[in-house]
Design a protein around this ligand. Sequence first.
Ligand code: UD1
Length: 425
Amino acid sequence: MKDKMIIKGGRPMSGSITAQGAKNAALPVMASALLLKGRRLTLERVPDLQDIHTMADLLRHLGAMIVFENGRMTIDVPEELNWETPADLVRKMRASSLVLGPLVARCGEAILPLPGGCAIGSRPIDFHLKGLARMGAEIDLEQGSIHARTKGLSATRIILDFPSVGATENMLMTAALTPGESIIENAAREPEISNLAQTLRAMGAHVEGDGTDTIIIRGTRDLESATVRIIPDRIEVSTYLLAGLMTRGNITVNGINTKYISSLLSKLEEAGVTAETTPDSVSLSAEGMNWSGVTLTTSPYPGFPTDVQPQIMAALCMADGTSVIHESVFDSRYVHVAEFKRMGGKIDIQGNTVVVIGVPRLSGAEVRASDLRAGAALILLGLAADGETVVHELKHVWRGYENLMEKMTSLGADIELIESDEPEG
Ligand code: UD1
């Protein structure tokens, strides 16, 4: 795999690109196909990403037939499904846990090895399991795998301990196939949840309140074939917008929903950066621009997304003045800080808070991507820094950014991808 990027920094990123479909919306929507029996789910604007292929392989293993071409995916689900998920696929991606609820609801039983994913702090799935248990599933941990089974789920009221995105999605899907009225309180409000709710409505379930903290679902055993379009990827959009800013370019991202990036736009405004928006595009002219330091806390939507924390930290490394970032969603999501420092970032970590002292120039260095968004942030730093940067282990980045090389190059980036010369392990 070509896993190492050489970046010659200092060139402004200018031009326009179109947003990809959201990875974090496509994954749960794909998992929801398992609720169907002898029916088809058709999806539009599905991004061509490693994680999407992992989910497709997982669904195929469970019995689905999938065709994926030019952003259009059809998932045909047979009458009978396997309910045992394979460890090699599940360990690749934490979002594999999204098949648990649908399988238990559909088959009455599921086995799921404990899932993997980005190394960003401890990421248990206890809320998912508690919710399933409350709906009537018996949960056992057997040899590193979760074994969930039920003689019949019942609709109920679930209050989540935290507005977890994945737990809300798992509960939503399970409730859609469970007759009666279920209520999820303290639900996550992310736009990706609404994309899933829209899918379940298109299948014939009654779902209301998505986008608020209380979601009401009236489930049915007879869900129908449906067609759904995946929403634009707000994390990808944010990443490119910050690339335009950090390289002092002139960038437009089309095909977006501006509402989804409000928290980033308002933080940028606080830093003295004004973007121009229409409902479905955002433009930034950053030639000669300077920006000031800000204070921000990551939190569930509509708060500032944790998935943009490494990228905004990269931009704040170059701000006039000092910034304070508090990470409230994940523990230990600062693995990238050590790499940022190699490039001249002045950053101090104190628990879940970091203090960033802006510097006028960063310099190229040899760095390593520890996870998906950290990798994206290192690319941004490389584009903005003086000299040459080499980013290793970009395999993480391919999980989330479609056509990254093409998009970056079309905007003027001087980047090259080469085979990694390091042994694996
Ligand atoms: C999703 C996103 C991920 C994003 C995250 C937060 C997908 C595929 N991934 O991940 O990119 O960073 O939302 O916006 O959509 N927690 C528990 N127990 C649980 C579930 C979660 O303690 O059962 C904790 C997690 O460890 C974390 C916090 O709750 O500290 C938020 O996690 P959650 O919202 O569930 O994130 P994911 O759905 O895994």
